[in-house]
Design a protein around this ligand. Structure first.
Ligand code: ZN
Length: 617
């Protein structure tokens, strides 16, 4: 099926290319005739990525650049969230110009000045793979005898100042490897096209001896590939692919159309996590899990795939074009992550896919429990928590919060308010559609844009709500919003216990190291922890535990995890006022217990809204 499609695509491209060249000639003749002077100053770039399976430690990149000044700069892109800084692993970097070898001078960590000759350059370098544990992040490059993941910010250099320059990428790989990438195909099956640097680095390349399936939704092709490991176990592949297709159909139904020409699910055994792109996603999925239960994987897939709309296209204002410097932290992640959490759950329910919580009520109970159990979630504003998500460790002091969680809770509340204000004629779905209409281009959103669209959809003014609960840190009054659907919430506190019902020690502490620092620092995730109450605070320089000096984050955790309730431990830290030995007695701690139930008396309107909310079509 896929092969036939590919041949068809090649045929179409050839036809289009022929037609285009006729048109181009006509255009050129017209220009010559009217004597327009035309000087193109954009570099013309062809990349060649070469893999030799006799050497699994690295791959080669060749960059053929034409139409380039004899002095220019090359850079590597920094990812705003997952910056793996692969400029550290560039090896055997050379440049050759028309008259022989050029010069390379490093200007910054991910920036080089190149001197060449004859307005052309052949740049060559190797990227050294990093030894990874058997379990790796699904977006991190690797190479083994069965396949490779590369491309993206981990592979390509680009000409500084020319992020709009198109390029071609040719792959030299073992002939029996199948290739999947979101890059555009060309007439040559081993050569791909990227219209911009953004598109170039937003489409990782997964190749190898893979399983593959495809399906169409609204005429749009979707390819699913699975790269096995040595001891992959069999799982129900038909169910696996049909689950994915069901979710895609729900997302297409929500927005009314799919925003890409073709989509690729690049799924890998022996890896975890995932990373979203414009028309592809890298995802880890262990076959040993898939063979037993697909719920967890589908949750992850639903989240990453929904990012195709919310985060990749509808993105916060801080996320702009690619750059080599550290990218700006975003205040809008609560929306990009939280609404994605909300829709991963909601669309899975609409598609009748397996989900973690049996009902929406059970799901909301779990969210609210987490909201209260970690004080950062209700004491720090979602905008601040968003900024801290990829900011330096310990940025929120003794607090720790999740913008994913805050945003998902806010999505539920927005949805309740809109449904109430419009007699369920409208919902959060209408907000997402409007956002997609207005923000799917270059422009990013601010919290004021979201606020405005919420008002348009619901007729309600959300300004004070945003001042209080998004830009501000005012705690949410859940009962106010639950009452709209005739429900209420009861909050109580109980000891955190293990499976046998015994209290669990308060281990809400950690050690961390700042970049460019050699010292170890202490951190706690709650000002109510035994650690904070004893006088230890996030950022204190950590010297020793029970007089044993500490060198690593793991060493701290290794000592702490052995402690039992009632044990005493002395932590030595250096504060601004000087060194201090602080005794801590290990104790248990409490977490929130949340129960949502129906109000004793409800009217017909609440009942109708409740039913609509519980089973949202
Ligand atoms: Zn996400």
């Amino acid at each position: 099926m896929q092969k036939i499609m590919k041949q068809l695509t090649i045929f179409l491209i050839l036809t289009i290319t022929l037609q285009r060249s006729v048109a181009q000639n006509a255009f050129r003749n017209f220009r010559e005739a009217s004597e327009i002077r035309y000087s193109a100053n954009q570099p013309v770039i062809n990349y060649l990525l070469k893999v030799d399976t006799n050497d699994l430690s690295s791959f080669w990149v060749e960059m053929q650049i034409k139409n380039i000044p004899d002095t220019f700069q090359l850079a590597m892109v920094a990812h705003p969230e997952y910056d793996d800084r692969y400029w550290r692993f560039v090896r055997d970097f050379t440049v050759t110009g028309k008259n022989g070898n050029g010069r390379i001078v490093r200007r910054d960590s991910a920036l080089w000045r190149i001197t060449t000759s004859g307005n052309q350059a052949l740049v060559k370098y190797r990227i050294q793979f990093q030894p990874s544990s058997s379990f790796r992040g699904a977006w991190r490059p690797f190479l083994n005898s069965r396949g490779i993941l590369f491309g993206g910010p981990h592979s390509f250099m680009y000409v500084l100042g020319h992020t709009l320059a198109p390029s071609h990428v040719t792959l030299q790989l073992p002939s029996n490897w199948k290739i999947t990438t979101g890059l555009s195909q060309t007439a040559d099956p081993n050569t791909y096209f990227a219209p911009t640097v953004f598109a170039l680095v937003d489409a990782p390349i997964l190749a190898g001896v893979m399983k593959g399936w495809s399906f169409l939704v609204d005429g749009t092709p979707h390819t699913v590939v699975y790269l096995p490991i040595e001891n992959s176990v069999p799982f129900d592949e038909t169910l696996f692919v049909s689950n994915i297709e069901k979710f895609v159909r729900q997302a297409a139904a929500l927005f009314g159309r799919l925003p890409y020409r073709e989509y690729f699910f690049q799924i890998q055994d022996g890896a975890y996590g995932g990373l979203e792109h414009s028309n592809s996603v890298t995802l880890g999925a262990q076959s040993s899990h898939l063979s037993k239960d697909m719920t967890e994987f589908m949750g992850e897939l639903a989240h990453e795939y929904f990012h195709t709309w919310n985060l990749v296209r509808i993105h916060p204002i801080e996320y702009g074009d690619v750059g080599y410097k550290e990218q700006q932290l975003s205040k809008g992640l609560w929306f990009s992550e939280g609404l994605t959490m909300f829709y991963a759950d909601l669309l899975s329910r609409r598609a009748d896919l397996p989900v973690e919580d049996s009902t929406r009520i059970a799901h909301l109970e779990r969210l609210i429990r987490r909201y209260y159990s970690s004080p950062g979630n209700h004491k720090v504003s979602p905008e601040k928590v968003s900024v801290a998500a990829y900011g330096p460790e310990g940025m929120l002091g003794d607090y720790s919060g999740s913008s994913h969680l805050q945003g998902e809770i806010l999505a539920n509340i927005f949805d309740l308010i809109i449904r109430d204000a419009t007699n369920s004629r409208r919902s959060m779905d209408d907000v997402m559609r409007k956002l997609m209409e207005r923000f799917s281009g270059e422009r990013g959103f601010t919290s004021h844009d979201i606020e405005k669209i919420l008002r348009e959809v619901s007729g309600k003014d959300f300004h004070q709500f945003f001042e209080d609960h998004i830009r501000g840190n005012k705690e949410l009054d859940f009962n106010k919003y639950l009452s709209l659907i005739g429900m209420k919430m009861d909050l109580s506190w109980a000891d955190v216990t293990n499976n046998e019902g015994a209290p669990v020690p308060d281990f809400r502490s950690y050690a961390f190291q700042n970049e460019n620092e050699s010292i170890l620092r202490f951190g706690t995730t709650s000002p109510e922890s035994i650690w904070a109450k004893a006088g230890l605070h996030t950022g204190d320089e950590l010297k020793s535990v029970n007089d044993t000096a500490l060198k690593t984050e793991e060493a701290f955790w290794g000592m702490i995890r052995r402690l039992k309730i009632g044990d005493k431990v002395v932590i030595e830290v250096i504060k601004d006022s000087g060194p201090k030995k602080i005794p801590v007695t290990i104790a248990g701690y409490k977490a929130a217990v949340v129960k949502i139930s129906q109000l004793p008396v409800i009217n017909e309107r609440q009942e109708i809204l409740r039913r609509a909310w519980l089973n949202p079509a």
